[in-house]
Design a protein around this ligand. Sequence first.
Ligand code: EPU
Length: 441
Amino acid sequence: MTNDVLRVHGGLPLHGEIRVRGAKNLVSKAMVATLLGESPSILYDVPRIRDVDVVRGLLELHGVKISDGPDGEIIFDPANVESAGVDEINVHAGSSRIPILLCGPLLHRLGHAFIPDLGGCHIGDRPIDFHLEALRQFGAIVDKTPEGLHLTAPNGLHGTKFQLPYPSVGATEQVLLTAVRAQGVTELRNAAVEPEIIDLICALQKMGAIIKVSTDRVIEIEGVPTLRGYSHRPIPDRLEAASWACAALVTHGDITVRGARQVDMMTFLNVFSSIGGAFEVDDSPGGGIRFWHPGGDLRAVALETDVHPGFMTDWQQPLVVALTQAQGLSIVHETVYERRLGYTSALNSMGATIQVYRECLGGTPCRFGRRNFEHSAVIAGPSKLHAADLVIPDLRGGFSHLIAALAAEGTSHVYGVDLINRGYEDFEKKLAALGANAVRT
Ligand code: EPU
């Protein structure tokens, strides 16, 4: 058994090349979609991360036969989808948010579904009210019990008109995965339109689904009675790519992220440039984006996180580490999750000067302004970071702790690093390839 602690000798610039694979937040959903097909699906370039293992385990429990091909290829055969025991499913309780997305596909295939208590990162309340309301409107009956959710659809699932109170990624996926085989037409308003969602729509379209993405966040889905399997190469992981970009900046390094695509990262690249980072896009096949610190002072910025095409909430944490090195006061207003700035106290223990506020700083008021959550941060820089002992709080906050330790002077111990495997494939090997001095103790 490995020890869950990394000893990091900071202060070395990270230099070199790494590669990102299919986006975690698409791959896991595309895996769920395989349940809807009558024939096998093939997904390419799947990263070896824990979220993939969790979904794989759940699909196997429900009778999907899964086999591995070369280089991240996975084949899913849903010919014998079957019910799984509550106790077996419960083994996965608390380990991921994805199980909630099995509702629609299982209702279509089996007429009933059991979903265990959900997990995922603790970055806000993360309710599932939009999901359940949508499922009810399709005709599902939801019975909440202490062990989880039991769902049935005695009269089948029927197309509906539904308006999301907020463009939730997960709830949009819930509606898509349910509507594609529901009877009739579904109109979803105020839908999320993240690139990962558009890519899920592409996979569903390959399966035979009819989905129209209109302007103003409206998605129309015409239900069809059967779907086939897909063969799909996912979009690259733009969250991982941005994390490595920030690692290059904060360590004064130079990292080429093979597989990263400009079109998915335009908003990030604007901010990266405006604070003084340099990048170069190679859009030939096998290309990527090179990110580096060009020397000189980094500049402060004011930004807020938002749904696509805004600045992603998952880009915020590594960027804040870079902003500790920028000259002046930066403002970051987190508008997607109400508790996604907790990781900053560890950065302060390393010498950063970050103050968090309950107010909506920087202009636009958001949902959290009147609800007493510390969701705005002012970062004063530049600060010299020094080593500390850190405990990883969640996936993205954890990666930001790690890059702060890599930039800091001295030797840090980072506890709980296994959590990073949830979303970053082979991150220790990648660190080694980039010349970091980070070893398990
Ligand atoms: N919300 C509700 N009710 C719901 C669903 C969502 O109030 O029923 C609220 C949430 O509490 C949150 C907001 O809506 O305040 C947005 O949540 P959303 O549903 O969009 O997030 P998610 O689907 O749970 C996915 C990603 C997150 C990413 C967000 C935003 C996956 C597995 N997770 O979460 O990724 O931050 O979208 O883009 O796709 C990560 O990768 O580390 C991660 C947390």
